[in-house]
Design a protein around this ligand. Structure first.
Ligand code: 15L
Length: 263
């Protein structure tokens, strides 16, 4: 399958592009950054919020038969002013969806975030159907981008999967991370499953590893074939060796951890 990956030079993009290539996909990178050395596929240096630049990339790819799907990872990965957050997460998603409709590309897998529900109080299990409850403008923009995916799924029949990613890191770095960690290998498993699942329609799943201390309802992801294999628990002893501090206590109250107190 040919997959156009936005944000391909970023931390998730680098890992996901290499992993999808290993799994037999033909990956095309799109990023504002120039092509990283050794990138495994072809490349467009472009801003995915720019409709003309995105149209040019789609024109070039469709003239050779692709792409089959989009993985949208581009976006500021932290809190920012509201206009900047909306441009980075919502406008880019809309530009890509319009290009997909125009070129009849039928699937998008989106890097949403746990911060879409970050103000949810910590509980044993957080459903993917819980009320959107952002903890930041970043989270608001992720909720709005998910809503756009839902609209295009209903209006145009596009398969659109929003993956609410937890903490994508080589290994967890805090007590909260023992619940929110998404390993590199599980991220690749998840994007591959979402790209290849039969008829997902519009779906929201949690992008988290199989963490013993996870508080997420993983059933919607399982239904799409996402079976995480890594567990943050193997890092618990070293993380718990340092005494709990104020940041840990803030993290323990709400799903979004530190974002809840940022302004
Ligand atoms: C995210 O969505 C952010 O992009 C990242 O910077 C982390 O804050 C992560 O969530 C997390 O919740 O750990």
């Amino acid at each position: 399958m040919q997959v156009l990956v936005t944000g391909a030079a970023g931390s998730i993009g680098t890992v996901v592009c290499a992993g999808l290539t290993d799994r037999g996909h033909d990956v095309v990178g799109l990023d504002r950054m120039v092509e990283p050395e050794g990138f495994p596929g072809s490349w467009f240096t472009a801003d995915c919020g720019d409709p003309d630049a995105v149209a040019a990339a789609f024109d070039a790819l469709t003239s050779t038969g692709g792409p089959d799907a989009v993985v949208h990872l581009a976006g500021i990965p932290h809190e920012a002013a509201l206009p900047e957050s909306l441009a980075s997460h919502v406008v880019t998603t809309g530009v890509l969806l319009d290009a997909m409709v125009h070129h009849r590309v039928n699937r998008i897998v989106y890097a949403s975030s746990n911060h879409a529900v970050g103000w949810t109080a910590r509980a044993d299990q957080i459903s993917a159907a819980v009320r959107p409850r952002p903890d930041s403008f970043y989270g608001v923009a992720k909720v709005a981008a998910e809503a756009l995916l839902s609209l295009y799924a209903d209006r145009h029949g596009i398969d659109a999967v929003a993956t609410r990613i937890g903490s994508f890191l080589p290994q967890p770095e805090s007590r909260r991370g023992l619940s929110t960690w998404l390993s590199h290998d599980d991220a690749v498993r998840m994007f591959d499953a979402c790209l290849t699942a039969a008829d997902p329609g519009f779906a929201v799943i949690y992008g988290i590893s199989a963490n013993t201390r996870g508080w997420w309802d993983m059933a919607p992801g399982h239904r799409l074939g996402y079976s995480p294999e890594d567990d943050a628990e193997v890092f618990a002893e070293s993380i718990e060796a340092s005494p709990e501090d104020e940041a840990d206590r803030v993290d323990a109250t709400h799903v979004g951890g530190p974002f809840v107190t940022e302004q």
